[in-house]
Design a protein around this ligand. Structure first.
Ligand SMILES: NC(=O)C1=CN([C@@H]2O[C@H](COP(=O)(O)OP(=O)(O)OC[C@H]3O[C@@H](n4cnc5c(N)ncnc54)[C@H](O)[C@@H]3O)[C@@H](O)[C@H]2O)[C@@H](O)CC1
Ligand SMILES: Nc1ncnc2c1ncn2[C@@H]1O[C@H](COP(=O)(O)OP(=O)(O)O)[C@@H](O)[C@H]1O
Ligand SMILES: [K+]
Length: 508
């Protein structure tokens, strides 16, 4: 699914209107209808009580007026407050005329701000994607008034005052909604942690926007959902054997962190790899062999950390990092691996696929001269702190995305910036936000599981690098969601994610 800029969203509306030969108020009616339907499923007229709709002068306000009419007709007690303006949009005026006389309407002024009881339900239809500058003056006063009222706020399309696709001053006045009901496509702003307090939970409603425009819009921003990854995992052929699905090597673990190696290996096996060999420090031998009997095991001559790189010939992909530690000898192993992996493999003509995580990323961060050794399409899986060690502290979430994109382009890598809506950056400068996963996954070991799963998918000869990573990130989140459905988010542990990789992959 695409993510569009505010300007493209406007073009999408226009394209839909032209293609379907409908007046623009018809599209507004669809949007308002979809919003009202969502609203009615979440609040009964009794639970909502008297509902206030705050309307601005543009089409977002027009949506609000149409919503007020539809909810009034559905039996809700409605009240409307209008922001004064020199001029209102044509569709606003149309819906103002259609508002039933029985709905009380007041004009807002600095002296008469709408009365809002704590707990009241307020529909925010002040501004949408047409916002051109941060709020100031009366609109800012109204929003600040709303935010202090402790109301239950549902935003139409986007919380008023929030830019859909661009950074804004940190002290911007923005509606703090509990829910945002938006149309067609998610907005970039919804996916960034810094906006979570404004957007609340967001919901997408289908309003029949132009499929042709949606398929052809030029954008670097994408959203990975079930439809995106459908069919990405080739079915296992009847006559396949363990050699068909690749042999992966995992370099992981150190004293006290063998669990990371075990979890990562478990995920790799559940990810469908043909064969897995783990190279681990001597101290981990019994732990590893007992907990992962399906994997083979090579032990390092060092008891507590990894100091040797095994012969790489047998392997189709290598993962390094979970629980590795940052010993000088392990740094040398990483350096040797990067150098050895860069030569094209006979079979594929591509460098040996690598997945680099955790302490291996930290080693890269503290020895940045190694970055230029990264083979093309290497997969890096930093969380924001690890990413900062590779680059620089970000000013805000938008700046972090810029750094991420630049990094992926510069080093020709696939970079997975982990978190809610994990963002995969490609060497061509695309950003793919993931839709699956939950806060239960914010628990030690979840990232190790991702590394193992990505390793399995990179060892699979039939899946191209980018598709493998996008699928792995999606399936990892989905496995977390399936796990949490059984354990609850609080009770979820990384091992539960491993156990649900199979079901998650069979869904796609
Ligand atoms: N046909 C369409 O185009 C559709 C539009 N829809 C709705 O229309 C919205 C976009 O409507 P518009 O493009 O009219 O834009 P908005 O309703 O977001 O606001 C535009 C108006 O606000 C003013 N404005 C912008 N920033 C301001 C600021 N900081 N302070 C004060 N005034 C400011 C502009 O000058 C303009 O008058 C969407 O968010 C969505 O809710 C939906 O009805 C779907 C169909
Ligand atoms: N709030 C969240 N929503 C969705 N996914 C999350 C959330 N928090 C963490 N995750 C996922 O869990 C994993 C955590 O990885 P990481 O921070 O490396 O943990 P660890 O080092 O403990 O293994 C990532 O894949 C991340 O996307
Ligand atoms: K709004």
């Amino acid at each position: 699914m695409h993510i569009l800029s505010a300007a493209q969203t406007h073009e999408l509306d226009q394209a839909t209107i032209e293609e379907q030969g409908i007046p623009s108020v018809e599209l507004m009616e669809r949007a308002a209808g979809a919003f009202a339907e969502w609203f009615a499923r979440h609040f009964t007229p009794h639970a909502a009580g008297e509902t206030l709709v705050l309307c601005g002068p543009g089409n977002n306000g027009g949506d609000g007026l149409a919503v007020a009419r539809l909810l009034y007709q559905a039996g809700y007690a409605m009240r409307v407050a209008l922001l004064p303006a020199d001029k209102q949009s044509a569709d606003w005026q149309h819906n103002r005329r259609r508002l039933p006389k029985a709905v009380p309407v007041a004009e807002i002024s600095a002296e008469s701000l709408p009365h809002i009881m704590p707990g009241a339900v307020v529909i925010d239809a002040l501004f949408g994607t047409g916002l051109t500058r941060p709020l100031a003056g009366l609109p800012a006063t109204v929003v600040a008034h709303l935010n202090t009222a402790a109301a239950r706020v549902v935003a139409v399309d986007i919380p008023s005052g929030l830019f859909a696709d661009a950074p804004q001053p940190a002290d911007s006045i923005i509606v703090r909604a509990q829910h945002t009901v938006s149309f067609g496509l998610p907005k970039l702003a919804f996916l960034l942690p810094q906006n979570a307090a404004f957007v609340g939970q967001w919901h997408l409603k289908e309003i029949g926007l132009s499929p042709h425009f949606l398929a052809n819009a030029a954008t670097d921003w994408h959203y990975t959902d079930a439809a995106t990854v459908a069919g990405a995992l080739p079915p296992r052929p009847k006559f396949s054997h363990k050699g068909t699905f690749g042999h992966a090597l995992l370099l992981a673990g150190s004293r006290g962190k063998m669990g990371a190696a075990v979890l990562s290996a478990g995920a790799c096996l559940r990810g469908g790899v043909g064969l897995l060999t783990a190279h681990i420090p001597g101290c981990g031998y019994d732990i590893f062999q007992i907990s992962q009997p399906e994997a083979m095991c090579l032990t390092d001559t060092q008891a507590d950390f990894i100091s040797e790189l095994p012969e790489l010939k047998p392997y189709q992909a290598v993962g390094i990092g979970p629980g590795l530690g940052q010993e000088a000898a392990s740094l040398e192993v990483l350096r040797q691996l990067l150098k050895a992996a860069d030569k094209p493999l006979e079979k594929t003509g591509q460098p040996l696929p690598l997945v680099i995580d955790a302490d291996a990323l930290n080693l890269l961060g503290s020895h940045r001269e190694l970055l230029k050794l990264l083979p093309e399409n290497t997969v890096l899986t930093p969380h924001p702190k690890e990413f900062e060690r590779l680059t620089e502290p970000a000013r805000d979430d938008y700046h972090r995305l810029e750094l991420l994109r630049d990094f992926a382009i510069q080093y020709r890598c696939l970079v997975v910036l982990k978190g809610a809506y994990t963002c995969l950056a490609t060497p061509t400068g695309e950003l793919h936000f993931n839709s699956t996963g939950n806060a239960g996954m914010a628990t030690g070991g979840s990232g190790d599981v991702l590394t193992g799963l990505l390793l399995a998918l990179r060892a699979h000869a039939q899946i191209p690098a980018f598709e493998a990573v996008r699928l792995g990130v999606y399936a990892h989140g989905r496995a977390g969601d399936l796990g949490a459905a059984q354990t609850g988010q609080v009770g979820l542990v990384a091992g539960d994610i491993v156990r649900h990789i199979g079901p998650a992959l069979s869904e796609v």
